[in-house]
Each structure stands twice: as C-alpha cells, then as structure tokens.
Write a protein of this length. Structure first.
Length: 258
C-alpha cells in the first residue's frame, strides 16, 4: 500500500508511478484521514509514504496521519517500509521527523528517497516557480531517478538512501522549519480578485484539506480552520490567476503537474 499527499500533483505523479510498478494500492491521505486509519496488511505487502516537503519537514497532515496509523500484521517488522518525498530544492531532515513518527506506531523505515520537482512554493518574496527549462530538466531527471527507486522498492532493498539534503539541514529543518510551520502555514493571506474570478469552483475542488467554501457559480472563501497546508494548489490551479497570497504572489507564475 502507498499513502500519499499531493497539492499541485508532483507527489501524486510519483505515487501513481510507484503504484504501477509495484502493483500496490494507492490511498490519498486526506480521503482516509477522518477514518480510523486501521489497515490489514497482506503477506509481503510493502508500506510506502509519498509526500511533498513543506518547510524542510513533512506536511502537518502527513505527520498526524502517521501518528494515527494502525497496521495489522502478524510480523509487522518484516514488511518493507519506505519514504519518498518531493521537493523544489532540498529536503533537510524531513525524513528524521517522518521516521520518528512512524516508530511510534511500530514501523521502521528501511529505505528513503527524494525527488527534485518543479518548485511550487510562492509564499515568500524571493520564491517563485522555476523557469520552463528548469521544470523540464527536473521532470526528466525525476522520471529517470524514479525508475531506479521503483526497482529498489520492488526488490525491497533495505538501506537504500537517496536524499537531497542541504548545506545546513539541521538549521533548515529545526530552526527555519519551526518558523515556517508556526508562521507561514496559514490561509489568512489568501484572497480572490472578484473581477477576475469566474466562480468555476476549481480552487475548492483541488484543495486537499477542504479548506475552501464555494464551488461552481460561487466565489471562494477560506475557512480559516487551521487545516490549510499552504500547498498553493488553489493558487496554481486557478485558470484566471485570480487568487493571491497577500502581496507575495503578485506577478508570479503558476504551476501544477501536467
């Protein structure tokens, strides 16, 4: 089984590719999060987690899900467990957080991978989407790397670690990650330009945590219920470019996986 989270489609693409190669069942974390998160494992079934990096850490919904997860198996330790994350540049110590969360529910990670994908975070002044050339290069390199990762996962190769860390992983994940989590993961700055909005409802449809009120023929509004992941799926998918994040996204581009 493969549990995944995706906002703009990078991680969904990776999860789907892995599922095709390994013949494992896909589960979108937001769709099962409100259930009991209790699953029975088949003999020799692999356990995978695919998600984007948010502020050099796993997204909060992923961490909550991992801590809530219950897996039933005669010998849980014999099941191959792996992590794969997607990031625009580097992952810091994202996997350390995920490993510790999974250890609390009796899961021991045996392999870890990361893929560099087109950047999607546009919530700070100095951050924008990649150039078209960079996007194409990242996708090409990611597809090649994913084929190698998928083979290692299919063969249950323990000890495989292929991560894009950073020059200062501890500073990025512990210090900057804490600031990012506490102050920048919020839906408060989101607003819609009513003159450009055509009330298509796409933003509500693509929000992975159902944080948007609205729909077809309705103007969107954010719920401010602390569920927002700041994944920017709403911003990137808007066909009219009518959604902004305060002034941070002015004159910035849009991207979602195609």
């Amino acid at each position: 089984m493969i549990f995944y989270l995706s906002g703009t489609g990078n991680s969904k693409w990776a999860a789907q590719k892995l599922a095709q190669f390994t013949q494992e069942t896909l589960y979108a974390i937001p769709e099962i999060m409100d259930g009991d998160c209790n699953f029975a494992l088949k003999t020799d079934e692999r356990i995978g987690f695919v998600f984007p990096v948010h502020g050099w850490r796993p997204p909060k919904i992923v961490r909550t899900f991992m801590q809530k997860l219950q897996l039933r198996a005669t010998h849980l330790e014999q099941h191959f467990c792996y992590l794969l994350c997607t990031a625009g540049n580097d992952v810091g110590l994202t996997m350390d957080y995920a490993q510790k969360d999974l250890e609390k529910v009796g899961l021991h990670v045996q392999a870890m991978f990361s893929l560099l994908m087109p950047n999607t975070y546009v919530g700070l002044p100095f951050m924008d989407i990649d150039s078209r050339a960079t996007m194409l290069r990242k996708k090409h390199e990611a597809e090649k790397a994913l084929r190698d990762y998928a083979k290692a996962i299919f063969d249950c190769k323990r000890g495989e670690v292929h991560l894009h860390l950073s020059k200062w992983p501890r500073i990025n994940s512990y210090f900057l990650g804490k600031v990012f989590t506490n102050y920048f993961i919020t839906d408060s700055p989101f607003h819609v330009d009513v003159k450009r909005c055509v009330a298509c409802g796409i933003c509500k449809m693509v929000c992975p945590v159902d944080d948007i009120v609205g729909g077809f023929r309705q103007k969107p509004a954010w719920k401010h219920n602390e569920r927002c992941l700041a994944c920017f799926a709403c911003y990137h998918h808007c066909p009219q470019h009518a959604i902004d994040y305060g002034w941070m996204t002015r004159r910035k581009g849009q991207y979602y996986f195609k």
